[in-house]
Design a binder for this molecule. Structure first.
Ligand code: SF4
Ligand code: SF4
Length: 188
């Protein structure tokens, strides 16, 4: 029978890195499964969130950082709310995405692209400009006509607009992004 040798690929530095960057203690997890039981996206994950936690305890850097689960997570925080050990599991998932980006191991490139388009819009307008974000995402991803059928309906209902509405303090918001990017560069 084939068995998976997790000892060989165990990376203790990874456990320490995720703990430090998330401010959480993954070793508290005792695999009760409450997080997975409440996770609305678990059917789409390649590894349910409780397995991600177990893999993290086993220092499985590569399996986790190349998983789809960390990108399909919607940050709904159900896992965090349900964890009896008060681990902020959603924060751990967020931290794993950040590390995967930094190490250029993004498995779901379209999701990363959507995040980037969303954040570019926030930086530019101080709030989300839905039409601009969708167009930028569709162009960059090559999914030129994605959700095009929904356009007329949401336009008619006034849910999205052709032109952006900037907030008053948009420059201050842009400064937050710049500060963050400078800090990220410094810490490599
Ligand atoms: S935050 Fe992510 S992992 Fe946690 S329950 Fe929601 S979708 Fe699932
Ligand atoms: S709910 Fe908490 S203790 Fe239970 S499996 Fe998930 S992370 Fe571990």
């Amino acid at each position: 029978m084939d068995t998976l040798n997790l000892t060989k690929s165990m990376d203790l530095n990874f456990i320490e890195q995720v703990s430090r960057e998330s401010g959480q203690n993954p070793s508290l997890c005792y695999q009760c499964g409450n997080c997975t039981a409440g996770c609305p996206y678990t059917h789409y994950f390649d590894y349910p969130v409780s397995q991600i936690m177990r893999l993290l305890q086993a220092g499985q850097r590569n399996i986790i950082l190349t998983s789809k689960a960390i990108w399909l997570c919607a940050t709904c925080e159900t896992c965090t709310t349900r964890c009896p050990c008060e681990i902020d599991v959603a924060m751990i998932m967020d931290t794993l995405r950040i590390i995967a980006r930094r190490e250029n191991k993004v498995s779901e490139k379209d999701i990363k692209l959507f995040y980037d388009s969303f954040l570019d819009s926030m930086k530019e307008h101080g709030r989300l400009f839905e039409m601009g974000t969708l167009l930028a995402y569709n162009l960059k991803s090559g999914h030129y006509f994605a959700d095009a059928d929904l356009g007329p309906k949401v336009l008619e209902k006034g849910k999205i607009h052709f032109f952006p509405k900037n907030i008053k303090g948009k420059d201050q918001v842009a400064k937050i992004f710049t500060r963050f990017q400078e800090k990220a560069k410094k810490h490599g």
